[in-house]
Design a protein. Structure first.
Length: 254
């Protein structure tokens, strides 16, 4: 054996002893790199927490704390709704801001209401007309002096001065024209036009203020012609109460 052959064999033995193969040496396996997010991939934003609306105190059931004449120059208001009744009167010093309403009327020189009520009334009259009913107003705003005169004549049907919902310009007494004839009073309540108004009044912010069989709550006998403007939200809420009265909804005395 030549010196070169001996040297080669020696190197081979040393390599085998060190665990490294000559012809079939296996390269160590490298761990697979963990994939990283591409710089172009958008990072999902953190969810925005839903804000919790502040809890407002219950406004219904408020007491009328007005005591002086100066205080009663403004109406008793509950949850944004002005209340006018025998227990919640205003003085002659109360003067609401009114606008004229161009709608059909009967027995009065003009129709004046607060602006919100005026717009709602016009819209309701227009819709009633499209539905085949001609509505008319028989009473709208009445001054303190006018109410005083009415009360002197009739203590039963007329509200005390300062207690009428006509004084703020928020109520209307309605009737209808059918086949050229005026349908009013309790006849209006049982008419097709009266039923239509009761069914749709809340859509325009009106309520039948003195429903049948609710005098114990409202203090007033049934008046199927008397509608009060309170706004759409309140009107729909009143309709969900068992008695369908403003007193029950606001939790107040008449």
């Amino acid at each position: 054996m030549s010196l070169r052959a001996v040297t080669t064999a020696t190197i081979t033995v040393l390599l085998l002893c060190s665990g490294i193969g000559v012809a079939h040496a296996t390269e160590p396996t490298s761990p697979s790199p963990t994939p990283s997010a591409s710089p172009s991939d958008p990072v999902p934003p953190a969810p925005t927490p839903t804000p919790t609306p502040p809890t407002s105190p219950e406004c219904r059931g408020a007491a009328d704390t007005r005591r002086t004449s100066k205080q009663r120059a403004k109406p008793f208001t509950v949850c944004g709704v002005a209340v006018f009744s025998r227990h919640h009167r205003v003085t002659a010093a109360y003067h609401p801001k009114l606008v004229s309403v161009a709608v059909k009327r009967n027995g009065i020189s003009g129709v004046r209401l607060q602006s919100g009520a005026a717009k709602a009334l016009k819209a309701m009259f227009a819709k009633a007309k499209k539905s085949g009913h001609t509505l008319v107003v028989r009473s709208a705003y009445r001054s303190y002096a006018t109410q005083k005169r009415l009360y002197r004549r009739d203590h039963v049907l007329a509200a005390m001065p300062g207690a009428s919902e006509h004084q703020p310009g928020l109520a209307v007494d309605l009737a209808a024209i059918r086949k050229g004839r005026l349908v009013r009073g309790y006849g209006f309540g049982s008419s097709a036009a009266g039923r239509w108004v009761r069914r749709h009044a809340a859509e325009y912010g009106f309520i039948l203020r003195y429903p049948n069989h609710q005098k114990a709550l409202t203090g007033i006998p049934s008046e199927p012609w008397h509608f009060r403007y309170v706004g759409v939200d309140v009107a729909k809420a009143v309709a969900t109460t068992k008695t369908k009265t403003l007193e029950r909804y606001l939790r107040i005395k008449s």
